[in-house]
Design a protein around this ligand. Structure first.
Ligand SMILES: [Zn+2]
Length: 237
């Protein structure tokens, strides 16, 4: 292999390594999306809360209704005593009238309380229905999304195998010393060991090469590195 061919092979190797990095980043993202959907979890918690609040609201409504019913019975009993004509003692009659009046006030107050409790229970029911509907829709969306995630996961795994194989085949053509030099430069220079020469400059750091350097990159038997960023220069003809 000529120096230019070696530089070209290293550049190609770098493209494959960069693609492998992108693939593994996406594989990680897909795996973490598949694990859990925070929106679904949030809606499930909301639904649980809404159901608890609804149960409490319905319980409060039943209690208010029962109290109202009791008041009605008591009032009816006392009114029957009053109009039954069995009580003739004026003091006792007066006390009974006062009690009835008091019960009527309590009854009208309890009617308001009951109406409020019914309204509150109705709003809680609506809220619970809304949350359940939102949850149902989110669950459906999640089922569709999971399908897409599984497809993507398989595509990524296939692509990764292909790229990995290409990389192995390419690396097999290069000598071990060169590969370790490549790895060393990649590690210390943001994953990029090879830089193309474009319009007379290093593509990575934009430093302009001297005519002598340019000449070397093209014809020298040694690999040339950028005098500024230290990357292997690849002149793509
Ligand atoms: Zn450079």
């Amino acid at each position: 292999m000529s120096t230019t061919q070696i530089a070209a092979a290293l550049y190609q190797l770098q493209q494959l390594d960069l693609e492998l990095e992108r693939l593994s980043a996406e594989q990680q993202a897909v795996a973490s999306s598949a694990q859990g959907n925070t929106e679904l979890q949030k809606l499930r918690t909301e639904q649980k809360t809404a159901q608890q609040q609804l149960r409490a609201g319905l319980q409060a409504q039943r209690e208010a209704e029962r109290t109202l019913e009791d008041l009605g019975h008591r009032l009816k009993t006392q009114e029957q005593r009053l109009y039954g004509g069995t009580i003739s003692n004026p003091k006792e009659l007066n006390a009974l009238q006062q009690e009835i009046q008091h019960l009527r006030l309590q009854q009208s107050h309890q009617e308001e309380v009951t109406l409020e409790a019914m309204d509150a229970a109705e709003s809680l029911q609506e809220k619970a229905n809304d949350v359940s509907e939102a949850l149902r829709q989110a669950e459906e969306a999640w089922i569709r999304q999971s399908g897409a995630l599984i497809t993507r996961r398989d595509q990524l795994a296939t692509r990764r195998q292909e790229v990995q194989l290409k990389r192995e085949q390419l690396a097999a053509k290069l000598d071990a010393e060169l590969l370790s030099r490549y790895d060393r430069i990649r590690r210390t220079r943001q994953g990029k060991a090879v830089s193309k020469v474009e319009q007379g400059s290093c593509q990575w750091c934009r430093v302009i090469l001297t005519p002598r350097e340019l000449q070397h990159v093209r014809i020298n038997t040694e690999l040339q590195t950028c005098s500024n960023c230290g990357r292997i220069l690849y002149f793509d003809r």
